[in-house]
Design a protein around this ligand. Structure first.
Ligand SMILES: [Zn+2]
Length: 426
């Protein structure tokens, strides 16, 4: 090959490289523009639809002296994931604050303490909504969420996580309803007098709902309180579906086929939830969203840490901070892969495929272990909407996921209550 030809070849190659570089940077720019457009579209949808999160354990913090929801907290320093400024930042229109009472001794003393703690948390929610009446409002009925949204205020609903504070006195259900409670999670991580948990180390005790638990469900139906089966055993789910005259909810649960966990729901359960007309609210808890690879060292370190620890709900704020720090240190030593928005999208896609678009919602479980990469706290919930838009969900579908479905169930629960009460008076 002569010199001239070789120079010519070099020029050709350089020209080709320049053109293809320009083309690839044009493609990158076009992709970036497209992504910007998609994010903008998602944020607009997020601000238009009602965004309702059905599960946060924030009341445990609210009863601690000095904790004020009207102030913005540093999540890194305090571990707090929800306050009114961050709800506003994240475009979160409404939330169910769940008064979580950890399972303890099932005798009169234990039940009495649980009831007092539950009432204390309910009062703290009501006081906070009154003190911040220009920012938020106590919501009692489905439409309250929409009317508060129109006024530019956050809707604060009340739920109870764990039926333990009902004790074995059915009249407590009416007392909680009067205070504003609109769902009760029948059981938590250990069995109680109402029902079996999915995670009690001693296994089932009632084979689902106890006789008293069935009475409680019927009383909830009569009053218009949503029946929540999250944390319950599979048998409890089937019992609740058959006993309840109204559709039921899972306020914070995921899909078991996507992530194997006893707390998650099987496809059979998801299908039945659709037949029942109920709704499964997807939760942002890493262990329920993704399968961490087995790590024996980590598992035994977690077990050792847990063995010397009180239940989280029974800790003081200082003890909670120390526990959180100990877990953070453990996570740094034995890192587990993070749960991400991809996992959130995969669970939602699966529930939609099995149960349909009308039976899925969001219950983040902030301040109760919820919070993942991309949805760390209430200020980041718009990222869920961005993920949904990326996956091709329409505004109408996103509106259902972010609150429409839950509100539909809530309305049906109230309709059933009206009917039962009308029958009683005739
Ligand atoms: Zn929970």
């Amino acid at each position: 090959m002569c010199k001239l030809n070789s120079n010519y070849l070099v020029i050709l190659v350089i020209t080709f490289l320049l053109v293809s570089c320009k083309k690839s940077s044009e493609t990158t720019n076009a992709n970036a523009d497209k992504d910007k457009e998609l994010i903008q579209k998602a944020l607009e949808i997020h601000s238009r639809v009602l965004t309702l999160d059905t599960h946060a354990d924030t009341p445990l913090r609210m009863i601690q002296p000095g904790f004020d929801l009207s102030e913005k907290h540093d999540p890194k320093e305090t571990g707090s994931k929800v306050d009114y400024p961050r709800m506003k930042e994240g475009g979160l229109d409404g939330i169910f604050f769940a008064t979580f009472v950890a399972q303890d001794i099932r005798d009169d003393d234990g039940h009495g303490r649980a009831k007092n703690l539950c009432l204390q948390m309910i009062d703290s929610i009501i006081t906070s909504t009154k003190r911040n009446a220009d920012e938020v409002g106590l919501a009692l009925n489905p439409d309250d969420a929409y009317s508060l949204e129109k006024q530019g205020k956050r809707a604060i609903y009340i739920g109870i996580e764990n039926g333990y504070p009902v004790g074995n006195d059915i009249s407590n259900v009416g007392l909680y309803f009067e205070k504003g409670v609109r769902y009760i999670t029948l059981v938590h991580s250990a069995n109680n007098d109402l029902a079996d948990s999915a995670t009690d180390p001693n296994g089932p005790e009632h084979d689902g709902l106890s006789d008293f638990g069935s009475e409680v469900v019927k009383e909830m139906n009569r009053l218009g309180i949503m029946v929540d089966v999250s944390h319950g055993s599979d048998s409890l789910f089937y019992d609740a579906i058959s006993v309840s005259k109204a559709p039921i909810i899972a306020s914070h649960s995921n899909a078991r086929v996507v992530t194997k966990h006893d707390r998650n729901m099987s496809d059979e359960m998801l299908k039945l939830m659709a037949e029942n007309g109920g709704v499964v609210q997807l939760t942002m808890l890493a262990d329920y969203l993704r399968q961490a690879p087995p790590n024996k060292e980590r598992d035994s370190a977690v077990a050792a840490l847990r063995a010397n620890m009180k239940p989280f709900g029974q800790m003081t704020l200082e003890e909670q901070t120390a526990a959180r720090k100990a877990f953070e240190e453990l996570n740094t030593k034995y890192p587990a892969p993070p749960a991400t928005l991809k996992h959130v999208g995969d669970h939602i896609d699966h529930i939609v495929k099995v149960a349909g678009i009308d039976h899925v919602g969001i219950g983040c479980d902030f301040d109760g272990g919820g919070g993942i990469e991309g949805v760390f706290d209430a200020s980041e919930v718009m990222n869920i909407t961005i993920e949904l838009v990326r996956r091709g969900y329409t505004e109408e579908e996103i509106e259902k996921i972010w609150g429409g479905n839950l509100i539909r169930v809530f309305k049906e629960v109230q309709e059933v209550a009206k009917k039962i009460q009308a029958e009683e008076t005739t």
